[in-house]
Design a protein. Structure first.
Length: 284
């Protein structure tokens, strides 16, 4: 079911839940995400990164994603995640994505603003929403790795939001992309202060591996979208690995693919329940 990105985030904020935003790298992950959303009657954001789209084939991704939106009985938002190439972002917009993210967060503030404004102008002309990031969430995101962790400055966030007119703002508040090597340390006061400073929905990236109790607290403070990628990748890989070990002479991709779908579905359901988005598909 097609819906509007910003509208769904504002509904989530009012309803005290967060919409799970799940990355997919192949058809099995996509199916697991959609099956979880359907079973739990949850709105969901279906995300693909640049490198995942290039791996699968950009046109295949567009077709798969749009068909998932069309066939699903729950609200599904097709989202271009962590876009670095503005030409590819424009292609995603032209191809029917519901929302896109430009990530210029590692660049100086003025350049981040300038590039984001260009994407916002182009996207809004096509009825597409835009997410951007202020501060920098470090770790391994897509095929890029950064050891930098720059917490979002609240004054910068307010000014960035004012200048760019983004539909959602991702902040750096103690999370990191990829697999955590130490316990994440969420900055709850920072989250609270930024949420209270603006009407624009606030997004938390790098949330795989973060204790669910911490994510629930962030939601109570007003986080409306939480990105999960690595946890689904791990579930997918472990399921395939286990199937191949158990079935040493097995070769049927449909069978270990089904194991992967089921594992991704279970991992997605855990997040849906934790984010309190179950049974919210008709909450609009």
């Amino acid at each position: 079911m097609k819906t509007n990105f910003k509208k769904e985030l504002l509904i989530a904020k009012k309803g005290g839940y967060a919409i799970p935003a799940f990355n997919f790298d192949n058809m099995e992950m996509l199916k697991g995400i959609i099956e979880a959303a359907e079973e739990k009657k949850s709105p969901v954001i279906l995300m693909v990164t640049e490198s995942a789209a290039l791996y699968m084939g950009v046109d295949y991704v567009f077709s798969l994603g749009r068909k998932a939106v069309e066939l699903s009985s729950v609200p599904v938002i097709l989202h271009w995640d962590h876009g670095f190439d503005i030409d590819l972002i424009k292609r995603a917009i032209d191809s029917g994505f519901d929302s896109v993210m430009l990530d210029s967060s590692a660049k100086p503030f003025a350049i981040n603003v300038e590039e984001t404004k260009k994407v916002v102008e182009y996207a809004h002309k096509h009825g597409v929403c835009v997410e951007s990031e202020i501060g920098h969430v470090g770790g391994k995101e897509d095929d890029r790795e950064s050891n930098s962790q720059q917490y979002t400055n609240i004054k910068d966030a307010i000014e960035f939001n004012k200048q760019t007119n983004v539909d959602a703002l991702a902040i750096a508040a103690g999370t990191a992309h990829g697999i955590y090597k130490t316990k994440p340390d969420l900055q709850f006061k920072l989250i609270e202060d930024i949420v209270e400073s603006m009407e624009t929905p606030i997004v938390l990236h790098g949330s795989s591996g973060v204790p669910l109790i911490d994510l629930k607290k962030a939601i109570k403070l007003g986080i409306t979208k939480i990105n999960i990628g690595t946890d689904l990748k791990v579930a997918n890989a472990n399921a395939v690995r286990e199937w191949l070990v158990t079935n040493k002479d097995g070769y049927d991709a449909r069978k270990f693919g089904k194991a992967a779908i089921d594992a991704v579905k279970l991992a997605a359901i855990e997040k849906i329940v934790a984010f309190n988005s179950q049974d919210k598909a008709n909450n609009r």
